[in-house]
Design a protein around this ligand. Structure first.
Ligand code: NAD
Length: 521
């Protein structure tokens, strides 16, 4: 692959970064050796007890500094992210950096409640006990992230893990090393104690070394293929793993939708970040009754789009990762051969950079690669359906289940369809934005992965739940303790009555057990 065509190349221990906008060489970044990954994890392990023992307020003092730094210098950070990815400056500001204050402010409010020891209600057969659930940080977390939202998809798991009292080693994507370096710089400037959070640059081998190192959980965002390898590595130990994988978002436009709003949403949701989103609209189901009217609106919206570099006030930039060009072209060729119509776009844009025309594909059917596989590019595939029931059946009959949306003026029908969609998130008359709501849990079902973050789950994802039961000291001996022989009948009676659902009988036997045990004592 020529340097001009590639967004990043890895060779001889170095990542060479090229601009997706014009192919210019943007820098070289040394790959962290496996030995240095081990050392970073050892430093995180050493830093863990002191970080864990800080109060939440003390931890938030660091996160407030991070928030202040991002607020003060966000626009220059956005420029670095846009140079790295090619995305419009506004997208870097709104979809990458804005997540920092949103999530830090949310967790500042939510964490004290979520992480408090919880007292549970008393249970019938444990009358002398008080039960609690509390949460303990796991230890050292390995975060491995992708290139499509290189800042946000790294920073949110990192800061959630830190709030929860863990230390973190982050392995950002080799495709976007400028952003990896930016995050390293930010952590340094915040002044986190040595070892609390570090960044190891590198490719798959660095990620694999991190999985092998002495970590307590892997939080992985990326493709299904890599997710399998990460899970296999986690299984060797075993340690828990969270997999945030691909998607094939289904948008269902019902007969009574607000068509203008839905058309504008479909175009934004399909082409935002050049379609390189796990939550991009990749299957647009439109019911027969409104198909022509809706499609005309979608065409008008696409015609209005401006494609260009980050600084040109464009709506859509280039593909970030040169390899995506191959996937997009392959999916379009396959679709064409199988009878789809490329109604708009369909080709790379002439000139420097990895630009591709916003592409509208009609007559898409279930046998096409563009329907079955994640495209991750500026392509909006449309499927004509008889009604929303057919759309839902098709939406669910798929390997992925990350996000989806339903568009109808009948909100209760929308909610009902949303409940029946097999996905981790589903919006009604909205799309994409739910991922930015810090209170909502995020994660997939089926091949889209498992585990949840954001919301309180975003803290629990990095904590072990601990059950604590305290005896209140009312009995010297317990009814269940030895000797069994004198209370044989009472014990058997407790078991039989309980199994038969006869609670009064069971409690009477239980009380007898207690009396006999006490008499002997
Ligand atoms: P990828 O799987 O190629 O790489 C992801 C990360 O894994 C990178 O940092 C890479 O260096 C690392 N890696 C590669 N091999 C590894 C190994 N053997 N062990 C450990 N780490 C390894 O994915 P990508 O191309 O960077 O990202 C695109 C994919 O991510 C798409 O499928 C997209 O849908 C998915 N994604 C999912 C979400 C989500 O939240 N569910 C969000 C964004 C992207």
């Amino acid at each position: 692959m020529s340097a001009q065509a590639a967004s990043a190349e890895v060779s001889a221990g170095v990542i060479e970064k090229f601009s997706p906008v014009d192919g210019a060489h943007l820098g070289n970044f040394p790959i962290t050796s496996a030995g240095d990954v081990t050392r970073a994890v050892a430093a995180a392990r050493e830093a863990f007890p002191a970080w864990r023992d800080l109060t939440l307020d003390q931890r938030f003092a660091y996160l407030d500094r991070l928030r202040d730094l991002v607020s003060a210098e966000g626009e220059s950070f956005a420029k670095i992210i846009s140079d790295d990815t090619g995305k419009p400056l506004l997208d870097s500001l709104l979809t990458e950096l804005m997540a920092i204050p949103l999530f830090i402010d949310y967790y500042k409010k939510e964490a004290p409640k979520a992480l408090k020891r919880k007292k549970l209600s008393r249970q019938l057969f444990f009358p002398t006990k008080t039960s609690y659930v509390e949460y303990a940080p796991m230890g050292v977390i390995g975060v491995i992230s992708p290139w499509n939202f290189p800042f946000q998809l790294s920073m949110i798991p990192v800061l959630s893990a830190l709030v929860a009292g863990n230390t973190v080693v982050l392995k950002p994507s080799e495709v976007t090393p400028l952003t990896g370096e930016l995050m390293r710089e930010i952590f340094k400037r915040v002044g986190f104690p040595e070892g609390v959070v570090s960044v190891v640059h590198g490719d798959g081998s660095t990620g694999a070394a991190l999985c092998k190192a002495d970590i307590d959980k892997i939080f992985f965002t990326g493709s299904v293929a890599t997710g399998r390898k990460v899970m296999a590595a986690a299984a060797e130990k075993p340690i828990p793993v969270e997999l945030e994988l691909g998607g094939k978002d289904a948008m269902i436009v019902c007969h009574d939708a607000n068509l203008e709003r839905a058309a504008r949403a479909a175009v934004w949701g399909g082409f935002l970040n050049c379609g390189q989103m796990c939550i991009s609209v990749e299957r647009l189901f439109v019911v027969e009754a409104v198909y022509d009217e809706f499609l005309a609106l979608v065409r008008t919206e696409i015609e209005r789009m401006r494609v260009g570099g980050p600084d040109e006030g464009s709506d859509m930039g280039p593909l970030t990762f040169s390899a995506q060009m191959g996937t997009v072209v392959r999916h379009l060729n396959d679709a064409r051969e199988r009878g789809a119509t490329i109604a708009m776009g369909g080709r790379p844009i002439e000139g420097p950079g990895q630009f591709f025309e916003p592409t509208l594909v009609l007559d898409v059917t279930e046998d096409m690669e563009i329907y079955r596989e994640e495209t991750f590019g500026p392509v909006l595939p449309v499927i004509r359906v008889a009604d929303e029931e057919e759309a839902l059946r098709m939406a669910n009959d798929h390997q992925y289940g990350l996000t989806g949306s339903v568009w109808t003026r009948d909100v209760s029908r929308g909610l009902e369809l949303a409940s029946r969609m097999e996905s981790g998130q589903c919006s009604v008359n909205d799309l994409v934005q739910s991922v930015g709501n810090p209170a909502l849990p995020f994660g997939g079902v089926k091949r889209s992965g498992f585990g949840r973050y954001h919301g309180p789950e975003g803290l629990y994802a990095f904590m072990n739940q601990k059950a604590i039961m305290v005896d209140r000291g009312l009995l010297d001996v317990e009814p269940f303790w030895y000797p069994y022989a004198p209370k044989y009948e009472a014990m058997l009676g407790t078991f039989r009555n309980l199994m038969g659902g006869k609670m009064v009988g069971a409690l009477t036997n239980f009380y007898d057990m207690h009396k006999i045990t006490k008499r002997r004592g």
